[in-house]
Design a protein around this ligand. Structure first.
Ligand SMILES: [Zn+2]
Ligand SMILES: [Zn+2]
Length: 300
């Protein structure tokens, strides 16, 4: 049976446009948002080709859940896109990313496959999360001789490359509606990147956006998504005049925080992009000793 052509959903255009707009508005975030917009354009193009390349999607997701392992057949179908991805990093990335691309270019396809296969496993990309798989396996290591910061760089590369794939799979999966007390993504098991407040009736309902596959799910309005603390007096909300529609939601019990994008205050915001742009809020929370529940793709 011929599969229908795959037009990428509007979300990619929305992310690209929003990143360009905020890059102009916030000088402190211009560089990161400009690069993000180019990365999103690369990912959009990659996403649009997945219909013909990732033909084995049933292997990657079943019963509304992402497979815990990246299967060899699926990996094989993705690998032809990895060299163009390295070229993109070399062309558009920072000097550190260009150096990483050059190193990966030399290391060869077997190493690329190792990086992608291991990052796919939830406990590798999210080592603090509850483990559902075997303990004691050798963790993913940066290349021999690489500096300590390279671990962050290869994580960036793996996430940037795999995100279109997992989003593609999530977009096609029949994800069961989760319990509103579930603090991790029903589809892939990852922690949330950000919170979202969407208009509902006269107020707002709260949801969470996955840090890996971007799935959004409804979540309790008053609860910490890290430790499930529900006592109002332990949960704090901080806002800054610079970002009226982005707030820091912190928990005094576990000292974790998440940034929540309030679409009732700005309906044009795109949670993933506005969370990224609100760099001063991250610095503010870090200075006060709060730990972010899940870092974004740039590690902030
Ligand atoms: Zn997810
Ligand atoms: Zn907490």
């Amino acid at each position: 049976m011929t599969k229908p052509a795959c037009a990428p959903p509007k979300k990619w255009d929305q992310r690209i446009e929003r990143a360009r707009e905020l890059a102009h508005r916030y000088s402190f975030a211009t560089e990161i948002l400009t690069f993000y917009s180019k990365l999103a354009a690369f990912q959009q193009s990659f996403y649009s080709r997945l219909q013909s390349t990732l033909g084995s999607e049933a292997e990657c997701a079943q019963n509304g859940r992402l497979s815990p392992e990246l299967k060899p057949h699926a990996l094989e179908s993705l690998m032809p896109q990895f060299r163009p991805f390295l070229s993109f990093l070399a062309r558009e990335g920072t000097s550190e990313l260009a150096a990483l691309a050059a190193t990966l270019e030399k290391s060869g396809a077997d190493h690329w496959a190792q990086i992608l296969t291991r990052f796919w496993r939830r406990d590798e990309r999210d080592p603090e999360g509850p483990s559902e798989v075997d303990e004691g396996r050798e963790p993913v290591r940066p290349l021999a001789g690489a500096g300590p910061s390279d671990r962050g760089l290869w994580k960036f590369a793996a996430l940037a490359f795999l995100r279109p794939c997992v989003e593609y799979l999530a977009d096609r999966a029949a994800i069961p509606p989760p319990d509103v007390r579930r603090p991790v993504c029903t589809f892939c098991g990852s922690k949330p990147l950000a919170g979202v407040l969407r208009p509902e009736g006269d107020g707002a309902k709260r949801s969470l956006v996955c840090s890996f596959c971007s799935t959004e799910w409804d979540y309790l309005r008053i609860a910490c998504p890290a430790c499930q603390e529900c006592r109002d007096e332990r949960l704090c909300v901080y806002v800054a005049s610079q970002f009226e529609h982005v707030r820091v939601e912190a928990c005094e019990t576990c000292r974790r925080y998440i940034k929540t994008v309030d679409l009732t205050k700005n309906g044009l915001a795109i949670p993933e992009v506005d969370e990224l742009a609100a760099i001063p809020l991250t610095l503010w929370a870090d200075e006060r000793g709060y730990a972010k529940l899940s870092r974004n793709i740039f590690g902030s």
